[in-house]
Design a protein around this ligand. Structure first.
Ligand SMILES: NC(=O)c1ccc[n+]([C@@H]2O[C@H](COP(=O)([O-])OP(=O)(O)OC[C@H]3O[C@@H](n4cnc5c(N)ncnc54)[C@H](OP(=O)(O)O)[C@@H]3O)[C@@H](O)[C@H]2O)c1
Length: 167
């Protein structure tokens, strides 16, 4: 399996979503997401796809979407129905980075293959949430290698962090 890179916006408890939506969206993070992932491959679960604008794949990126529904259709996606099929699909792009963009369910299955993470941390603890990702600050084998911010978006302070798995 190829190395995967996580890219998520999380709150202080590493929560990411509620009722199918992201916990928080803000232009400065959406720009960061676009700049980081443009031209590369995105890997996502069907529910994360449906949280994207219009429920379609993002432009200027290859959007590989996992669903067990073989008839699932959406604009600008490559549908795969299993992790094996997904693995074969990403082998077609040896020169591109593979970003795992969500959600919790896929991260649970693929975390062992993740070696790098772009994390935007919101300095806030949301009261309501139903999905999260592992807290990399609590894991000895993940280290912060880059930190930018905090940036004030007028609602919250956001810190852009990059983590690397070291063993
Ligand atoms: N804050 C952030 O940065 C961020 C980023 C991304 C997502 N999110 C949030 O995370 C939440 C979605 O996460 P989630 O965990 O509920 O869902 P998810 O991981 O996005 O999607 C789960 C779906 O993926 C498909 N799937 C999973 N494993 C599969 C496998 N091995 N083979 C084939 N298909 C497979 C299934 O689709 P079918 O049911 O169609 O079979 C499953 O229901 C939303 O609230 C979203 O907004 C937040």
């Amino acid at each position: 399996m190829r190395d995967l890179e996580l890219i998520f916006i999380v709150d202080e408890n590493w929560n990411i979503g509620l009722n199918g939506d992201m916990l928080y969206k803000t232009k400065v993070d959406l720009d960061h997401f676009r700049n980081t992932t443009e031209g590369q491959v995105l890997l996502m679960g069907r529910k994360t796809l449906e949280a994207l604008p219009g429920g379609r794949g993002l432009k200027n990126r290859i959007n590989i979407v996992l669903s067990r529904d073989e008839n699932y259709q959406a604009e600008n996606i490559v549908l795969v129905n299993s992790l094996d099929q997904m693995e074969r699909e990403i082998e077609k792009y040896p020169d591109k980075k593979i970003f795992l963009i969500g959600g919790e369910n896929l991260v649970k299955q693929l975390f062992d293959s993740c070696t790098y993470a772009y994390i935007t941390k919101i300095n806030h603890k949301f009261k309501n949430f139903d999905s999260s990702i592992p807290n990399l600050d609590d894991l000895d084998n993940w280290k912060i290698v880059k930190k930018q911010g905090p940036v004030d978006d007028k609602t919250h302070l956001l810190t852009f962090l990059e983590y690397k798995k070291i063993k």
